[in-house]
Design a protein. Structure first.
Length: 363
């Protein structure tokens, strides 16, 4: 009935996994965007807004307990029973595997899905037909393949030994994001790579300005040519007015010298505005308010409260439903008791309580 893992499973002969087009472009140093930047999950996360968006969503899911219930019809009303001793509930709330806590497992799966569009975990089945552990693998180590109508297999390269193993779909927990074919997900990084490439180019431009640009606050202008002696005298005179202790002192310029302050150019102002727009674009990509990306330029207490409620309903609820249903589909068989069914549910009460407490603190 089930493939008992790891019993009876042999490693396939070592083979070289074929390189994807993105991996080839990365190795060759060829940009994959019009801005000239190469965008991947790794380079995209170098943008603080992307890192923040991924952290906010993945950590919110990871902090929520996920319970397994048995639901039955009780005279026309649904009655729920928490199955605290069920192996699936144990994996979700106690120990998914030997190396991770439930928080770490859920956070890893969410990060993989947000950054790559797919998250994979190998299901270790016991002899009793129940799951014993869940082992996540990096998406880059997994090659999914359709082998028939509604039939799939997954070829996984072990990260340390290089051994290649093939698993059937019943042995994989596959979390997808924004899928078009129902099998493989697409990440915001892939779909919106041009917007991210623009953000990376802006970040590189700013770093170049800091490295090579002139950052002087002002210049001293004189009609006379200053030799090395007079130039040193002028610099020594100006030294008396530098630093916080000398702030507010009125400098006396000799020899017809004039001080001109350098302000922010229009080009610099446009660069800063474009950086803010990139943050807003990333917020749209991950369906979160800019407030959650630490962008407070237009925030008030009122719209912060609204953004918190929207985060729970518009951002988190779809992710939780996706995770819940995939867990149920991959880890649970139909209930043996007629008229009953299983239900997997994340408990978001802590997030709701945190929003309510924040509201009360500001009253």
């Amino acid at each position: 009935m089930w493939n008992i893992w790891p019993f009876g499973r042999k490693s396939e002969p070592s083979e070289q996994r074929s390189m994807t087009i993105d991996e080839f472009l990365a190795m060759a140093g060829i940009p994959n965007t019009g801005s000239g930047e190469y965008v991947s999950a790794g380079t995209a996360e170098s943008l603080p807004a992307v890192m923040n968006a991924v952290s906010v969503i993945s950590e919110a899911v990871a902090t929520m307990p996920c319970y397994l219930y048995r639901v039955r019809n009780d005279n026309g009303r649904e009655a729920r029973e928490w199955l605290s001793n069920h192996p699936v509930d144990f994996l979700l709330n106690e120990q998914p595997n030997d190396c991770q806590t439930p928080y770490q497992f859920k956070r890893t799966m969410m990060r993989h899905c947000l950054l790559n569009g797919n998250a994979y975990a190998v299901i270790q089945w016991g002899r009793d037909g129940q799951p014993q552990s869940l082992h996540p693998y990096a998406p880059g180590a997994v090659v999914p393949e359709r082998i028939g109508q509604h039939k799939y297999k997954y070829t996984i390269t072990e990260p340390f030994t290089g051994a290649v193993r093939t698993y059937l779909q019943e042995e994989i927990l596959h979390l997808r994001y924004s899928t078009d074919d129902g099998f493989l997900g697409r990440s915001p990084i892939t779909v919106c790579r041009e917007a991210l490439g623009l953000g990376l180019a802006q970040q590189r431009h700013g770093a170049s300005i800091m490295k090579d640009g002139m950052m002087a606050a002002g210049v001293v202008v004189t009609k006379e040519w200053l030799d090395s002696v007079k130039g040193k005298q002028a610099m020594d005179a100006l030294e008396r007015y530098k630093g916080a202790r000398n702030a507010g002192k009125t400098p006396i310029l000799e020899g017809g010298m004039d001080y001109k302050q350098l302000g922010m150019s229009n080009q610099d102002a446009e660069w800063l505005a474009s950086r803010r727009f990139t943050i807003e674009d990333i917020a749209r990509m991950f369906n979160v308010s800019p407030i959650f990306l630490q962008e407070y330029s237009n925030s008030t207490y009122s719209n912060f409260s609204e953004a918190s409620r929207a985060f729970l309903t518009m951002t988190m609820r779809p992710w939780l439903a996706n995770f819940e249903q995939q867990i149920k589909s991959a880890l649970l068989v139909a209930s043996p008791v007629p008229g009953t069914r299983y239900q997997v549910e994340f408990d978001s009460a802590d997030l709701l309580r945190a929003t309510a407490n924040r509201t009360l603190c500001h009253l």
